[in-house]
Design a protein. Structure first.
Length: 106
């Protein structure tokens, strides 16, 4: 199972490589039975798990701005336009995950 956060200043620049993790099923496969998948989202962290909160798939705390985590280039490589931090004015290290977002299960 994999959990990934997709975020970035535009569709060309996605910081998902800095916010993804994978968990393997122990001694079996995930297809062997039913599972419970969880997402905990607070103002301090985001956590995904499978079957038990103790079986974390991905965890991130919101103590560093996502813009800093992204290691984005100074300019969009396709357009040449300067990249601007779209969350700089929020004052929240959790931005863009301090507002509603989509959960996709595949």
């Amino acid at each position: 199972m994999r959990s990934t956060l997709h975020w970035g200043p535009d569709s060309h620049e996605d910081g998902y490589l800095h916010s993804t993790d994978t968990a393997n099923a122990l001694h079996t496969t995930y297809a062997a039975g039913f599972h419970t998948y969880g997402l905990e989202w607070s103002s301090k962290y985001l956590l995904t798990w499978v079957d038990s909160r103790l079986d974390q798939v991905y965890y991130t705390n919101f103590n560093t701005p996502f813009w800093n985590r992204g290691d984005f280039p100074a300019a969009d490589p396709y357009t040449g336009q300067a990249l601007v931090n779209p969350w700089g004015a929020t004052g929240s290290d959790a931005s863009p995950f301090d507002q509603d977002f989509y959960l996709i299960l595949k």
